[in-house]
Design a protein around this ligand. Sequence first.
Ligand SMILES: C[S@@+](CC[C@H](N)C(=O)[O-])C[C@H]1O[C@@H](n2cnc3c(N)ncnc32)[C@H](O)[C@@H]1O
Length: 258
Amino acid sequence: MTRKRKIEEQIEEESPPEGCHHYQSRQEVPWDIQKYFDQRYSVFSRYDEGIWMTDDSWFGVTPEPIADKIAEHLAQVAPTTKTILIDVFGGAGGNSIAFARSGRWKEVHVIERDAITLACARHNAKVYGVDDVITWYHGDCFEILKDHFTKAAETAVVFASPPWGGPGYRTDQVFDLSLMQPYNLMDLLLPLQTVTKEVVLYLPRTSDLRQFVRFERKGKKLPVIHYCMEGASKALCVYFGDLCVNTLEEDAVNAPTR
Ligand SMILES: C[S@@+](CC[C@H](N)C(=O)[O-])C[C@H]1O[C@@H](n2cnc3c(N)ncnc32)[C@H](O)[C@@H]1O
Protein backbone atom coordinates (compact mmCIF):
# COMPACT_ATOMS: atom_id res chain seq x y z
CA MET A 1 0.00 0.00 0.00
CA THR A 2 1.36 3.46 -0.88
CA ARG A 3 2.09 5.95 1.93
CA LYS A 4 -0.55 8.31 0.46
CA ARG A 5 -3.23 5.60 0.52
CA LYS A 6 -2.25 4.62 4.07
CA ILE A 7 -2.69 8.22 5.25
CA GLU A 8 -6.04 8.48 3.42
CA GLU A 9 -7.22 5.36 5.24
CA GLN A 10 -6.06 6.71 8.58
CA ILE A 11 -7.95 9.95 7.92
CA GLU A 12 -11.12 8.05 7.04
CA GLU A 13 -10.84 5.91 10.19
CA GLU A 14 -10.14 8.73 12.64
CA SER A 15 -13.20 10.01 14.40
CA PRO A 16 -13.30 13.62 15.57
CA PRO A 17 -13.05 14.27 19.33
CA GLU A 18 -16.03 15.90 21.02
CA GLY A 19 -16.31 19.49 19.82
CA CYS A 20 -14.72 18.81 16.39
CA HIS A 21 -17.04 18.21 13.45
CA HIS A 22 -16.93 17.32 9.82
CA TYR A 23 -20.34 18.68 8.87
CA GLN A 24 -21.66 17.19 5.66
CA SER A 25 -24.92 19.01 5.16
CA ARG A 26 -26.29 22.43 6.04
CA GLN A 27 -29.01 20.89 8.21
CA GLU A 28 -26.40 19.63 10.69
CA VAL A 29 -24.79 23.05 11.06
CA PRO A 30 -25.74 25.55 13.82
CA TRP A 31 -27.58 28.49 12.23
CA ASP A 32 -24.90 31.07 13.06
CA ILE A 33 -22.22 29.24 11.08
CA GLN A 34 -24.33 28.14 8.12
CA LYS A 35 -23.07 31.01 5.97
CA TYR A 36 -19.47 29.93 6.68
CA PHE A 37 -20.36 26.32 5.88
CA ASP A 38 -21.72 27.51 2.52
CA GLN A 39 -18.21 28.81 1.77
CA ARG A 40 -16.45 25.67 2.97
CA TYR A 41 -14.59 25.01 -0.29
CA SER A 42 -13.14 28.52 -0.18
CA VAL A 43 -12.00 27.81 3.34
CA PHE A 44 -10.52 24.39 2.58
CA SER A 45 -10.69 23.22 -1.03
CA ARG A 46 -10.25 19.64 0.26
CA TYR A 47 -13.13 20.00 2.72
CA ASP A 48 -14.82 16.84 1.50
CA GLU A 49 -11.72 14.77 2.27
CA GLY A 50 -12.61 15.03 5.94
CA ILE A 51 -11.74 18.50 7.26
CA TRP A 52 -12.55 18.97 10.96
CA MET A 53 -13.65 22.26 12.50
CA THR A 54 -14.83 23.41 15.91
CA ASP A 55 -17.87 25.66 15.70
CA ASP A 56 -15.72 28.61 16.84
CA SER A 57 -12.93 28.05 14.36
CA TRP A 58 -15.22 28.77 11.38
CA PHE A 59 -15.22 32.45 12.41
CA GLY A 60 -11.44 32.84 12.44
CA VAL A 61 -10.03 30.47 9.84
CA THR A 62 -8.13 32.10 6.97
CA PRO A 63 -9.61 31.00 3.61
CA GLU A 64 -7.21 28.84 1.63
CA PRO A 65 -6.60 31.23 -1.32
CA ILE A 66 -5.68 34.00 1.11
CA ALA A 67 -3.56 31.71 3.27
CA ASP A 68 -1.76 30.49 0.13
CA LYS A 69 -1.13 34.02 -1.08
CA ILE A 70 0.23 35.13 2.30
CA ALA A 71 2.48 32.06 2.38
CA GLU A 72 3.68 32.86 -1.15
CA HIS A 73 4.39 36.49 -0.22
CA LEU A 74 6.19 35.59 2.98
CA ALA A 75 8.29 33.01 1.16
CA GLN A 76 9.42 35.75 -1.21
CA VAL A 77 9.99 38.60 1.19
CA ALA A 78 11.78 36.84 4.05
CA PRO A 79 15.58 36.95 3.87
CA THR A 80 17.22 33.57 3.19
CA THR A 81 18.67 33.56 6.73
CA LYS A 82 15.12 33.11 7.96
CA THR A 83 14.35 29.40 7.95
CA ILE A 84 11.83 29.00 10.78
CA LEU A 85 8.19 30.03 10.65
CA ILE A 86 6.25 30.30 13.90
CA ASP A 87 2.46 30.56 13.59
CA VAL A 88 1.46 31.63 17.08
CA PHE A 89 -2.35 31.43 16.74
CA GLY A 90 -2.77 28.18 14.85
CA GLY A 91 -6.58 27.87 14.87
CA ALA A 92 -7.88 25.11 12.58
CA GLY A 93 -4.72 25.27 10.51
CA GLY A 94 -5.64 27.55 7.60
CA ASN A 95 -2.39 29.50 7.60
CA SER A 96 -0.16 26.79 9.08
CA ILE A 97 -1.03 24.33 6.32
CA ALA A 98 -0.27 26.94 3.67
CA PHE A 99 3.10 27.75 5.24
CA ALA A 100 4.00 24.08 5.43
CA ARG A 101 2.86 23.44 1.85
CA SER A 102 4.93 26.35 0.52
CA GLY A 103 8.05 24.26 1.15
CA ARG A 104 9.95 27.47 1.96
CA TRP A 105 10.60 26.76 5.65
CA LYS A 106 13.02 24.32 7.22
CA GLU A 107 10.79 24.29 10.29
CA VAL A 108 7.16 25.29 10.80
CA HIS A 109 6.07 25.63 14.44
CA VAL A 110 2.40 26.04 15.28
CA ILE A 111 0.97 27.05 18.66
CA GLU A 112 -2.68 26.77 19.70
CA ARG A 113 -4.16 27.20 23.16
CA ASP A 114 -7.34 25.21 22.68
CA ALA A 115 -6.75 21.45 22.63
CA ILE A 116 -9.77 20.62 20.47
CA THR A 117 -8.92 23.28 17.89
CA LEU A 118 -5.36 21.97 17.85
CA ALA A 119 -6.69 18.45 17.18
CA CYS A 120 -8.60 19.88 14.20
CA ALA A 121 -5.50 21.63 12.87
CA ARG A 122 -3.37 18.50 13.14
CA HIS A 123 -6.00 16.42 11.42
CA ASN A 124 -6.49 19.02 8.68
CA ALA A 125 -2.74 19.14 8.13
CA LYS A 126 -2.88 15.36 7.66
CA VAL A 127 -5.56 15.80 4.98
CA TYR A 128 -3.14 18.13 3.17
CA GLY A 129 -0.19 15.78 3.74
CA VAL A 130 1.84 18.17 5.91
CA ASP A 131 1.15 17.06 9.50
CA ASP A 132 4.65 15.68 9.93
CA VAL A 133 6.27 18.83 8.52
CA ILE A 134 4.88 20.84 11.45
CA THR A 135 5.93 20.91 15.10
CA TRP A 136 2.80 21.40 17.19
CA TYR A 137 2.52 23.08 20.61
CA HIS A 138 -0.50 23.08 22.86
CA GLY A 139 -0.56 26.11 25.15
CA ASP A 140 -0.29 29.84 25.51
CA CYS A 141 1.85 31.28 22.73
CA PHE A 142 3.39 33.99 24.89
CA GLU A 143 4.64 31.35 27.35
CA ILE A 144 5.76 28.96 24.62
CA LEU A 145 7.67 31.70 22.82
CA LYS A 146 9.51 32.48 26.07
CA ASP A 147 10.24 28.80 26.73
CA HIS A 148 11.32 27.71 23.24
CA PHE A 149 12.20 30.62 21.00
CA THR A 150 14.38 33.09 22.90
CA LYS A 151 17.27 32.45 20.52
CA ALA A 152 15.27 32.65 17.31
CA ALA A 153 15.85 36.33 16.48
CA GLU A 154 18.08 35.66 13.47
CA THR A 155 16.28 32.64 12.06
CA ALA A 156 12.57 32.99 12.74
CA VAL A 157 9.62 34.89 11.33
CA VAL A 158 6.52 35.11 13.52
CA PHE A 159 3.07 35.07 11.92
CA ALA A 160 0.12 36.05 14.11
CA SER A 161 -3.57 35.90 13.24
CA PRO A 162 -5.07 36.80 16.61
CA PRO A 163 -8.74 36.69 17.57
CA TRP A 164 -10.40 39.93 16.39
CA GLY A 165 -12.87 40.24 19.26
CA GLY A 166 -14.00 43.42 20.87
CA PRO A 167 -16.42 46.18 20.14
CA GLY A 168 -16.48 47.46 16.63
CA TYR A 169 -14.67 44.97 14.42
CA ARG A 170 -17.78 44.18 12.41
CA THR A 171 -19.50 47.55 12.59
CA ASP A 172 -16.92 50.36 12.87
CA GLN A 173 -15.70 51.97 9.67
CA VAL A 174 -12.26 52.14 11.25
CA PHE A 175 -11.34 49.48 13.80
CA ASP A 176 -9.50 50.75 16.86
CA LEU A 177 -6.78 48.16 17.47
CA SER A 178 -6.32 49.36 21.04
CA LEU A 179 -9.78 47.86 21.74
CA MET A 180 -9.14 44.51 20.08
CA GLN A 181 -9.72 41.63 22.52
CA PRO A 182 -8.34 39.66 24.21
CA TYR A 183 -5.04 41.14 22.92
CA ASN A 184 -4.77 44.70 21.69
CA LEU A 185 -2.05 45.83 19.32
CA MET A 186 0.48 46.58 22.06
CA ASP A 187 -0.26 43.37 24.03
CA LEU A 188 0.45 41.44 20.88
CA LEU A 189 3.29 43.14 19.19
CA LEU A 190 5.64 43.77 22.07
CA PRO A 191 6.03 40.13 23.19
CA LEU A 192 6.21 38.92 19.57
CA GLN A 193 8.94 41.42 18.78
CA THR A 194 11.03 40.17 21.68
CA VAL A 195 11.42 36.95 19.65
CA THR A 196 12.26 38.64 16.34
CA LYS A 197 11.58 41.93 14.64
CA GLU A 198 10.26 40.06 11.59
CA VAL A 199 6.59 39.74 12.52
CA VAL A 200 3.51 39.59 10.30
CA LEU A 201 0.13 40.52 11.79
CA TYR A 202 -3.10 39.43 10.10
CA LEU A 203 -5.78 41.93 11.04
CA PRO A 204 -9.26 43.22 10.13
CA ARG A 205 -9.40 45.07 6.81
CA THR A 206 -10.73 48.17 8.59
CA SER A 207 -7.82 48.36 11.07
CA ASP A 208 -6.78 51.90 11.93
CA LEU A 209 -3.45 52.13 10.10
CA ARG A 210 -2.50 55.33 11.93
CA GLN A 211 -1.89 53.15 14.98
CA PHE A 212 1.16 51.64 13.28
CA VAL A 213 3.01 54.93 12.84
CA ARG A 214 4.77 54.55 16.19
CA PHE A 215 6.25 51.25 14.99
CA GLU A 216 7.88 52.70 11.89
CA ARG A 217 11.65 52.55 11.98
CA LYS A 218 13.91 55.34 10.70
CA GLY A 219 10.97 57.06 8.98
CA LYS A 220 10.34 53.96 6.83
CA LYS A 221 6.66 53.28 6.23
CA LEU A 222 5.39 49.85 7.25
CA PRO A 223 4.11 47.78 4.34
CA VAL A 224 0.47 46.74 4.50
CA ILE A 225 -1.14 44.34 2.04
CA HIS A 226 -4.87 43.86 1.66
CA TYR A 227 -5.90 40.32 0.82
CA CYS A 228 -9.02 40.14 -1.33
CA MET A 229 -11.55 37.64 -2.54
CA GLU A 230 -13.81 38.50 -5.44
CA GLY A 231 -12.34 41.98 -5.49
CA ALA A 232 -13.15 42.83 -1.87
CA SER A 233 -10.63 43.02 0.94
CA LYS A 234 -11.11 40.32 3.56
CA ALA A 235 -8.19 41.21 5.81
CA LEU A 236 -4.81 42.88 5.77
CA CYS A 237 -1.31 41.95 6.80
CA VAL A 238 1.20 44.35 8.31
CA TYR A 239 4.80 43.35 7.69
CA PHE A 240 7.26 44.38 10.44
CA GLY A 241 11.04 44.18 10.32
CA ASP A 242 13.27 43.47 7.35
CA LEU A 243 10.81 41.83 5.02
CA CYS A 244 11.28 43.06 1.44
CA VAL A 245 7.64 43.61 0.63
CA ASN A 246 8.45 46.24 -2.02
CA THR A 247 9.81 43.44 -4.23
CA LEU A 248 6.32 41.97 -4.61
CA GLU A 249 4.49 42.77 -7.80
CA GLU A 250 0.98 41.86 -6.93
CA ASP A 251 -1.02 42.72 -3.83
CA ALA A 252 -4.36 41.02 -4.04
CA VAL A 253 -5.90 37.63 -4.51
CA ASN A 254 -9.08 36.79 -6.30
CA ALA A 255 -10.40 33.51 -5.17
CA PRO A 256 -12.86 31.48 -7.14
CA THR A 257 -15.84 30.45 -5.05
CA ARG A 258 -18.03 27.47 -5.68
C1 LIG B 1 -8.26 33.78 14.46
S1 LIG B 1 -7.89 32.21 15.08
C2 LIG B 1 -6.54 31.70 14.06
C3 LIG B 1 -7.00 31.13 12.75
C4 LIG B 1 -5.91 30.47 11.93
N1 LIG B 1 -5.01 31.41 11.36
C5 LIG B 1 -6.53 29.61 10.83
O1 LIG B 1 -6.40 29.95 9.65
O2 LIG B 1 -7.16 28.60 11.17
C6 LIG B 1 -7.10 32.55 16.60
C7 LIG B 1 -6.72 31.33 17.39
O3 LIG B 1 -5.84 31.71 18.44
C8 LIG B 1 -6.07 30.89 19.56
N2 LIG B 1 -5.48 31.60 20.71
C9 LIG B 1 -5.99 32.67 21.38
N3 LIG B 1 -5.13 33.07 22.34
C10 LIG B 1 -4.05 32.24 22.26
C11 LIG B 1 -2.83 32.15 22.97
N4 LIG B 1 -2.55 33.01 23.94
N5 LIG B 1 -1.95 31.21 22.61
C12 LIG B 1 -2.22 30.34 21.60
N6 LIG B 1 -3.37 30.36 20.90
C13 LIG B 1 -4.28 31.30 21.22
C14 LIG B 1 -7.57 30.71 19.59
O4 LIG B 1 -7.92 29.54 20.31
C15 LIG B 1 -7.90 30.63 18.09
O5 LIG B 1 -7.94 29.29 17.68
